[in-house]
Every structure is written in C-alpha cells, then in structure tokens.
Design a protein around this ligand. Structure first.
Ligand code: DAT
Ligand code: MG
Length: 140
C-alpha cells in the first residue's frame, strides 16, 4: 500500500473526439486526486523524450507524428496505487483487445489511436511528470 503520483495524458484522438471529460470523470469517480492539468500541443523534441523507450520500435515514427498531431491534455494524478489503478481504468494497449468497461475498450479501435497514456511504473511517472510538470514539481 502506497500513495503514488502518476502521469496520465489524453492523446490527440481523445481530445478531438471530446473524451477529456470522460477520462477525467472516470479517474475522479475511482477516487484518484487530480493535482494538475493542462492542455498543450507537444513538440517533436518533447515527444521524443516522452517516448524515448520506443526509439527503436518500427512504429516510433508514427507514434511521434500522432502524439504531435494536435492538443493533448496532460494530467498529474495521485492516490493509493495510482500508477496501476490508472492503467487498469485505461485497459490494455490495443483497444481491439481491451475489455468493455475500460477507457480503451469502450472508446478505441486501433492501437495507434488508443486515447490515453498512463505511466507504467512509479519510476516512469517521476520521469514523465518531470517532462510535463517541471514548473509544478519545483513548487512554482
Ligand atoms: P502503453 O501506452 O499501453 O503503455 P506502450 O508503452 O507499449 O503501450 O506503447 C506506447 C504507445 O505506442 C501505445 O500507446 C500505442 C503505440 N503502440 C504500441 N504498440 C504498437 C504497435 N505494435 N503498433 C503501433 N503502435 C503501437
Ligand atoms: Mg507505455
């Protein structure tokens, strides 16, 4: 049992489709706490930092093109086991295989457009929050 911070992002497809409220509402109703939220359009440089672990994957180019294709909504959430709880609400990476009741299962169809990102470990969360909320992290 541990209170954690996690980074969640509504991707450009989710913003375009008007699913920001749906994602925020599900996280809120689960009992997680929204610490910070902001909308931005990600630069290629920031996208490369965020997805650094995927640099060598065949889909890396498509991933960067997609995540920079329009505004995203970046969020800092906290709560008990927040990292794994947020990912459980999101569902598996491929929406075609994600069960109903999860965000990706209810609203997604193809893997490149899977609506949300969530940190995969507390260490990833710290790294990603440093990228998107560095000012808030410093207490500014
Ligand atoms: P997750 O977002 O569930 O943590 P990931 O970190 O493995 O999944 O991949 C990051 C994103 O890259 C994912 O949300 C969608 C895209 N992606 C993953 N696997 C893919 C594939 N085989 N083809 C195309 N895009 C893929
Ligand atoms: Mg991931």
């Amino acid at each position: 049992m541990a209170v954690e911070d996690t980074f969640v992002m509504v991707k450009p497809d989710g913003v375009r489709r008007g699913l920001v409220g749906e994602v925020v509402g599900r996280m809120e109703r689960k009992g997680l706490t929204l610490e910070h939220i902001r909308q931005l359009t990600i630069s290629e440089e920031t996208a490369g930092r965020h997805y650094a672990e995927h640099t060598d994957k065949p889909f890396f180019g498509d991933l960067i093109e997609f995540i920079t294709s329009g505004p995203v909504v970046a969020m800092w959430w906290s709560g008990e086991s927040a990292v794994s709880v947020a990912r459980t609400l999101m569902g598996p990476t491929n929406p075609a295989e994600a069960p109903p009741g999860t965000i990706r299962g209810d609203y997604g169809l193809i893997v490149t457009e899977n609506i949300v990102h969530g940190s995969d470990s507390p260490e990833s969360a710290q790294r990603e929050l440093d990228i998107f909320f560095h000012q808030q992290r410093r207490g500014d």
